[in-house]
Design a protein around this ligand. Structure first.
Ligand code: XMP
Length: 516
């Protein structure tokens, strides 16, 4: 088993970033909610060190989260960040108070003493930029700790107990606004915890192949291909692990982009020699959806139809013992809820959920521990072509959720053509890789235009392009006006049915990436 770091989550918005940074330092890490961790589970996980995350609560209330009992007696190194630092300080006999000097955003720390965390990056006497976000602060550090950095609002901005290998930071090293934060975390994992930093994608691949073989035995696995990166990486990995025990099924909903279905089928059949059932169900999907304008109902119809078709195909090939899915790490992390209530459903994402119970199959999810960019790295490791691995994400319900107002064959065709022109222009301008996702939306609105000497009365097309690291938040992409003017021109000239183009300048939040 690879060396690992356990991150205990107190509910900070940026806990996942700690996991990313630690992995970037070559050490495997997992995030677990504070209320699911005990000395026993920690022993079973066998980490080289523990990181306590930040969190929104206040330690000055008695019923807010605390570190697990016995954690500080385990002999493991601990790094507390913000709330985590205060939880550590309080547990070890320090004092936490609410402060009238809140620090939020960019701040500066003065480096007072040497510290293992600062090795090779911060020198005594320097002033360094960090990112703070706290109301409470430590009033007295616990016995055994020295103060190695201070800031205006946090006199104990960094504390260290070298003997027990306990360290506390009031600021967030995981965010990019602490420019040297990644190095501080690497110093913790490598120098304090003694990790070698040898967690690599090649190693992960071998480990997962062995795991899949052990899980599946001589059983049969069915894998639903969507044309996206995640399910393709799963399919290629499984093919390498279990060869002919894998059966891939590609259900073409008819909501794919131009040329996409052919591309996927060719790649798997010809390039990889992976057997693939290709079911063209586009008529069925369009018929079921025709006339339905409600976004949630559309999503539900597509999800249910998908499962029906998939099941039919699965039965035809004699069923399977396992269903393989491209579930990623952000989908499986339980977020800590302080209200205890369920979170609101913004939109129902479509996947093959529901099928395993119906068909009595177990799940195989080899990507459950990876972030999106790590999946791309694994794809490269498996030899998937660069232009495939770098593809923008594409939602399961496809173009159907980019047609507000309802799907018709005519609108689907117009949208598919506009989308193809838009992506072609983005590729030609060399912008594809700088953008997380770009697509066209066809609005259920017709406007008057003039082309040549004639009046037109055609649809409006909205263009969307965003940058993001994980799809959870996003900024609209700042194209230059020349590019937008050019692409608008091309769409109106090349796509019959559109006479007006707009650009969506909404970020997420308050918008979402897709329009439905
Ligand atoms: P939103 O629109 O919620 O999208 O901001 C966030 C990311 O998720 C993708 N998305 C989906 N992916 N099935 C998927 O596999 C879906 O039903 C689905 N809906 C949205 C969206 O394209 C973006 O990348």
């Amino acid at each position: 088993m690879s060396e690992r770091i356990l991150i205990i989550d107190f509910g900070s918005q940026v806990t996942q970033l700690i996991a990313r940074r630690v992995r970037e330092s070559g050490v495997y890490s997992e995030v677990h909610p504070f209320n699911s961790v005990s000395v026993e589970t920690i022993k079973a996980f066998d980490p080289k060190g523990i990181i306590l995350s930040g969190g929104p609560a206040s330690l000055t209330n008695v019923d807010t989260p605390r570190a697990p009992d016995g954690l500080f007696d385990m002999g493991l190194p601990v790094l507390g960040i913000c709330y985590g630092q205060m939880a550590m300080a309080e547990a070890l006999g320090g004092k936490v108070v609410s402060s009238d000097h809140r620090e939020f955003g960019r701040a500066f720390v003065d480096i007072k003493e040497d510290c293992e965390l600062f090795h090779g990056v911060w020198d005594v006497g320097s002033r360094e930029q960090v990112w703070m976000s706290h109301g409470d602060r430590i009033d007295a550090p616990p016995p055994g700790f020295r103060t190695v950095a201070t800031s205006e609002g946090a006199p104990f901005a960094t504390i260290a107990d070298d003997e027990r290998r306990f360290y506390g930071l009031m600021y967030h090293p995981e965010v990019v606004h602490t420019p040297h934060g990644a190095k501080l975390l690497e110093n913790f994992t490598h120098r304090v915890c003694g990790c070698a930093g040898d967690w690599t994608m090649a190693g992960f691949k071998e480990q997962e192949i062995a795991k899949v073989r052990a899980q599946v035995g001589d059983g049969k696995v069915i894998c639903g291909l969507s044309g996206g990166v995640d399910s393709s990486v799963v399919a290629v990995l499984l093919h390498e692990a279990i060869g002919e025990q894998l059966q891939c099924v590609f259900v073409d909903t008819g909501f794919m982009r131009k040329g996409e279905a052919e591309e996927v089928v060719n790649m798997f059949r010809e390039h990889y020699n992976i057997p693939l059932v290709h079911r063209d169900a586009s008529e069925l999907f369009i018929n079921k959806l025709e006339g339905e304008p409600d976004p949630e109902k559309k999503r539900k119809i597509i999800g249910a139809t998908f499962i029906d078709v998939f099941e039919e195909e699965a039965v035809k090939i004699g069923g399977a013992d396992f269903l393989a899915q491209g579930t990623l790490y952000p989908d499986v992390i339980e977020s800590v809820s302080f209200t205890g209530g369920p979170s609101v459903t913004i939109k129902s994402h479509h996947n093959v959920g529901g099928l395993p119970e119906r068909m009595n199959m177990d799940l195989v999810e080899p990507l459950r521990e990876l972030f999106k960019d790590e999946v791309r790295k694994l794809g490269r490791e498996l030899g998937l072509p660069e232009n495939f691995v770098g593809r923008h994400p594409f939602p399961g319900p496809g173009l159907a959720i980019r047609l507000p107002g309802g799907v018709t064959r005519e609108k689907l065709e117009i949208l598919r053509n506009a989308d193809a022109v838009y992506l072609d222009a983005i590729r030609n301008a060399g912008l594809y890789d700088a953008i997380w996702q770009a697509f066209a939306v066809l609005l259920p609105v017709q406007t008057v235009g003039v082309m040549g000497d004639a009046r037109t009365y055609d649809y409006v097309c909205a263009l969307r392009a965003v940058t993001s690291t994980d799809g959870m938040t996003a900024d609209f992409y700042h194209f230059d006006m020349e590019f937008l003017a050019g692409v608008s021109n091309r769409i109106i000239n090349e796509v019959k049915g559109i006479n007006r183009v707009t650009y969506d300048i909404t970020s997420k939040p308050p918008g979402t990436i897709e329009w439905e």
